[in-house]
Design a protein around this ligand. Sequence first.
Ligand code: SF4
Length: 327
Amino acid sequence: MQGKPVGFTTSIPMEILLAAGRKPVDLNNIFIEDPESYRRVEEAEERGFPRNTCGWIKGIYSAARKEGLEEVIAVTQGDCSNTHALMEVLEEEGIRIFPFAYPYDRDPDLLRLQIQKMAEHFGTTLKAAEVVKQSLEPLRAKIREIDRETWEGNRVTGQENHYYQVCASDFRGDPVLYEAEVDRFLAEVAKRKPFHGGPRIGFIGVPPITNGIYEAIEEMGGRVVYNEIQRQFAMPAEGRGLVDQYLMYTYPYSIYGRLEDVQGQIRQREVSGIIHYAQAFCFRQIEDILFRKRLEVPVLTLEGDKPGVLDQRTRIRIEAFVEMLNG
Ligand code: SF4
């Protein structure tokens, strides 16, 4: 039985929370799985969040309030500068904030220090978190198997790949229950026949706020065989200690590490085109310049703003891209 939930604004070493007997809650997942996620954005705007700020920030804010959380870990470096203002507003509303910073230069000593500070704050130790990390290895290996079944076994869809990897950021609050869900899914996958044909597409950038992108790509004959950031949330590097695991995680550090990772995956998975999802009002949109310049396959950039279904214009752009890749 787990103790009080602790929310967080993006992936953090949640092994610490588990070692401390706390329940990890990724606020992004709570927001986007809310059947009224659109309403959560509106609520934040009603409380004064500007229209021209990112929908994820507004959604995270409302999710933290709706969940009635007492404590939130705010990632102040390595994610999003908007988080600074978000944490100040949450603090003002009585939510305790613990700041966590990924060192931009990937310095292992600084990262170790951050993890140690976090362990002390939650009343546990790095050593106890290492034990939790080891105990999670079989589950992480199963999630890697889902990913392998996506690009090599060709029996898992892009949407399924997205879901099972994105949930690895908090294991839906309970790794034991989540592992049972993963086991059921893998048993079902084992009975499937491989999917055939279609251009192999990679999806990079933050997870989309818009519903239906994967389904649209697959309806049009494309196959998403790679989800960059979702795969990172699942911690794909095997057999390392806790500090190393979060050093190998590319998302919080320089874009050049991400580029190297994406280029390697494009080759391994035989990806013929990349869809780069960029969130409206996000500083990461600027990184599109580098992805377009450096990636060796065609790139389609899509932008989403608020939760909702895929708009017609974006659908037509995806269709044209899939047709182009089909040659
Ligand atoms: S999508 Fe961009 S602006 Fe929005 S929370 Fe993520 S990093 Fe920040």
